[in-house]
Design a protein around this ligand. Structure first.
Ligand code: PBG
Length: 353
């Protein structure tokens, strides 16, 4: 389903002829508006550019064949059966989007306390990776590492007496990462926020001859209300017990993000990520300035829903809001963006070529 963005707003450059002035001109030498006088001039001095190379497109996969089920809280986003995920990978390849990310909607009957389905080499994610890589070997595939799509309680880790167990969870995440690498995944992206998982996964990947598999660490991931629609999409919204605040970060913190990022880099992360995006642009900037690492940002489901939902209602110009939000990430220092808008943005960028 395509997103409706409403009518484009016509913006014209300032009229060439000034109307009669009510008061005499100011005696100004420096007039910053000169550089904004026409589109060619604005293009010339533009500091940041968004390109298709910056985009990672997250897809949701579901069991079945020829299935595209709309996610109600994410207008324009569908859950896809594996064959349809391959079609979207084809769309990504044609649009020159460098990488896609995969998230599964796991049947309730396959979810358990331990998230065992995460370790099934034939689970939806692994099936999708194999199918996509077979047809489109040149597109990058990123897989999320965390247990929440697979657990009956919706948490990212193992639970005992209501506590999320760190080290026991890391041991399972290592196995999940190996299963995904075996399926052909290019980038392992741990999103669980357990301590020490990046180092443990790196060591295991290297020991099992997956030395080329990259790690993009969800390094500064905040406990956020903006993940709501994503949890609808993977079916964990209703089952989640409590919240994720004992492992995801407190939104009031900024120095702590630098410590988290520093640890993940020391443990072997090739790329780091800040998540969510728009409420955390200051974190993106600090991380980029401090570490000069390939820095990514996730424009999460709730951010997408706000823009796509308001656009659908005709309350904002969705296309312009989308592009403005994406270039905002570039301005904040991001090298790349995970965004559900990836195909629309790539189409828009192609028009400009
Ligand atoms: C799972 C995970 C989440 C997202 C990505 N990986 C949700 C969560 O932590 O609850 C959120 C993505 C989005 O909202 O678009 N650990």
């Amino acid at each position: 389903m395509a997103i409706k963005f409403g009518r484009p707003i016509e913006l014209r450059d300032a009229p060439k002829r000034q109307t009669a002035l009510a008061s005499p001109p100011l005696d100004l030498t420096i007039r910053p508006r000169r550089n904004r006088k026409a589109e060619w001039a604005r293009r010339l001095v533009r500091e940041n550019v968004l390109t298709t190379d910056d985009l990672i497109w997250p897809l949701f996969v579901v069991d079945g064949h020829n299935v595209r089920t709309p996610v109600a809280s994410m207008p324009g986003v569908d859950r896809l059966s594996v064959d349809q995920a391959v079609r979207d990978a084809e769309r990504a390849a044609k649009l020159n989007i460098p990488c896609i990310a995969l998230f599964p909607y796991t049947e309730a009957s396959l979810r358990d306390e331990q998230g065992s389905e995460a370790l099934n080499p034939d689970n939806l994610v692994c099936q999708s990776v194999r199918a996509i890589k077979k047809e489109f070997p040149d597109i990058g595939v990123l897989c999320d590492v965390a247990l929440d799509p697979f657990t009956s309680h919706g948490h990212d880790g193992l639970i005992e007496d209501g506590r999320i167990l760190n080290d026991e969870t890391v041991a399972v995440l290592v196995k999940q990462a190996l299963v995904q690498a075996e399926a052909g995944c290019d980038i392992i992206a741990p999103s669980d926020m357990m301590d020490g998982r990046v180092g443990a996964i790196r060591e295991a990947l290297d020991a099992e001859s997956f030395g080329d598999v990259q790690i993009m660490a969800y390094a500064a991931k905040y406990a956020s209300a903006f993940y709501g629609p994503f949890r609808d999409a993977i079916g964990s919204a209703k089952t989640l017990t409590g919240d994720k605040r004992t492992y995801q970060m407190d939104s009031a913190n900024s120095d702590e993000a630098l410590r988290e990022v520093e640890l993940d880099i020391a443990e072997g992360a090739d790329m780091v990520m800040v998540k969510p995006g728009m409420p955390y642009l200051d974190i993106v900037r600090r991380v980029k300035d401090t570490f000069a690492m390939p820095t990514f940002v996730y424009q999460v489901s709730g951010e997408y829903a706000m823009i796509a939902g308001a656009a659908r209602n005709g309350w904002i110009d969705g296309e312009r809001a989308m592009m403005e939000s994406l270039v905002g990430f570039k301005r904040a220092g991001a090298d790349g963006i995970l965004t559900y808008f990836a195909p629309q943005a790539a189409e828009k960028l192609r028009e400009r070529e």
